[in-house]
Design a protein around this ligand. Structure first.
Ligand SMILES: [Fe+2]
Length: 469
């Protein structure tokens, strides 16, 4: 419910009806915070017209302005504008049969091949069953791949009509299960395509004016890990204190996005209890809720789950369950992982990021130090978790929710506990920071996290900055 709706409901509860201009006046004066003062002054009128308001305001204007009115954060004055583009209820029912996995992959192929067909060289791509000797353009999913002793790649390409072997000696690295287009030459006697060029679905550079007129910002964090012994309580509380103050850069923040791993969970890895300060997962969420419920009511909090949270690990993950949701007040919105939302017209794609581990392991040149490169690859592949059967289980659904159909303006991940920002073809890429210091496991792996940083995207200037706590 928006602030506007809550104000109207509160007024109606007291039998008060107001002109639209009067409603604007209430919002400008502080919204819900101003409501009791407004009701005290005007409640006896029943219907508050602009004339009644004007006569009172004129009297008031002669008085000095109260200090508290001068310090209201800008974010108070604007309504939320949030649209959810992936229905969180559409991804919970799974049966898990082989057929369901087959339809998941068919759906992935269909949607990614449609994107590839928009490229001129694939307008009239050939079905594998119709291949003839000579130049060809084919779209397929990579079934298997191996590197030859001379450094070339041999792979099998599959489409709904058949499979074909391909030989490629170029620079591109390819992964199993990704959908690509190849241009090359088919030899029927050897039943092979000699590939000259590999093309990913990719994106066209985003070139639209996204700036909005209101001075509104979105704060972005991830991986809070409440309950862990290494949860950075003091830095977290300093961040919330700043957010609640509505000052020193926090005045425009109207949304807070949390990209999963809200809590450390239980039983996520062997002997995890040794690393836990709070061993009851419900208690962990209660602690988080007590923090979030203290935030000013003009801040909308958007929450998706991660692999430490209390939902299935298989992706896409449904939103946190109702028993957790009810611990939070109405300002928190619980969505799926991944999710796509529009905030004042900006399209946000938010994914916890489990597949980033796969890319670090499989793709040469990608490491935890340059996770932005992995995010670029996901954008080019138009898929959030391209490799099946590695570390990220997929839920067998008839639709592949990990396909990136619509180009985002902002792509957010977390999970790897680094902090990375890059701009790629006009898209803001952010791997959001964590609130957990180095764990024993990370120490063993010689991995240093980058905690306590809050990314702030100003929707008015289209600029991303950050603040460290
Ligand atoms: Fe995490």
């Amino acid at each position: 419910m928006t602030q506007r709706e809550r104000i109207i409901n509160a007024l109606l509860d007291r039998g008060i009806v107001v002109d639209p201009d009067v409603l604007e006046h209430i919002i400008k004066r502080g919204g819900l915070d101003y409501l009791s003062e407004f009701i005290e002054k005007y409640g006896s009128h029943g219907f508050v017209s602009t004339e009644i308001l004007d006569s009172e305001v004129k009297k008031e204007e002669k008085k000095p302005v109260e200090k508290s009115d001068m310090t209201k954060p800008e974010a108070y004055e604007h309504d939320w504008d949030l649209q959810i583009l992936i229905d969180p209820n559409s991804l919970s029912s799974i049966k898990g049969t082989v057929d369901d996995f087959a339809s998941l992959f068919q759906n992935r192929f269909k949607r990614l091949s449609t994107l590839l067909r928009r490229r001129p060289q694939f307008h009239s791509a050939t079905d594998i069953k119709d291949l003839r000797d000579g130049p060809v353009a084919v779209i397929g999913m990579i079934l298997d791949r191996r590197t030859t002793s001379t450094g070339k790649i041999i792979f099998t390409l599959e489409d709904p009509t058949g499979t074909v072997r391909c030989l490629y000696g170029g620079e591109s690295f390819i992964l199993n299960d990704e959908v690509i287009g190849v241009v090359g030459s088919y030899n029927s006697s050897r039943d092979i395509i000699y590939v000259d060029e590999i093309t990913r679905p990719g994106i066209s550079p985003v070139n639209r004016n996204r700036k909005i007129s209101e001075p509104i910002s979105v704060a972005i964090i991830s991986d809070v890990h409440i309950g862990s012994k290494t949860f950075l309580k003091e830095r977290w509380e300093n961040f919330l204190k700043w957010l609640k103050s509505g000052k020193n850069g926090a005045e425009g923040i109207k949304y807070l996005i949390i990209g999963g791993d809200l809590v450390d969970g239980i039983g996520v890895y062997p002997n995890q209890e040794r690393d836990l300060k709070v061993t009851d997962i419900f208690k962990q969420y209660e602690i988080l809720a007590s923090y979030i419920n203290e935030l000013p009511d003009y801040i909308k909090v958007i929450i998706i789950p991660g692999n430490h949270d209390i939902v299935r690990v298989a992706e896409p993950q449904p939103p946190l369950p109702k028993e957790i949701e009810k611990m939070f007040n109405g300002n928190a919105t619980f969505l799926s992982n991944p999710t796509a939302i529009s905030i004042h017209g900006y399209r946000f794609l938010i994914y916890h990021g489990a597949s980033l581990n796969n890319l670090v392991e499989l793709v040469p040149g990608i490491s935890y130090e340059n996770v932005g490169e992995a995010m670029k690859l996901l954008i080019d592949m138009r898929h959030l978790s391209p490799v099946y059967g590695e570390k990220v289980p997929l839920a067998p659904l008839p639709r592949d929710f990990l396909v990136i159909d619509t180009q985002p303006d902002v792509f957010i991940t977390g999970h790897v506990h680094t902090f990375t920002y890059a701009k790629y073809k006009g898209i803001h890429l952010l791997n959001a920071s964590t609130w957990q210091s180095q764990t024993l496991y990370q120490k063993m792996m010689n991995f240093k996290p980058d905690p306590g940083k809050v990314a702030i995207l100003n929707l008015h200037t289209d600029r991303m900055t950050y603040r460290e706590f």
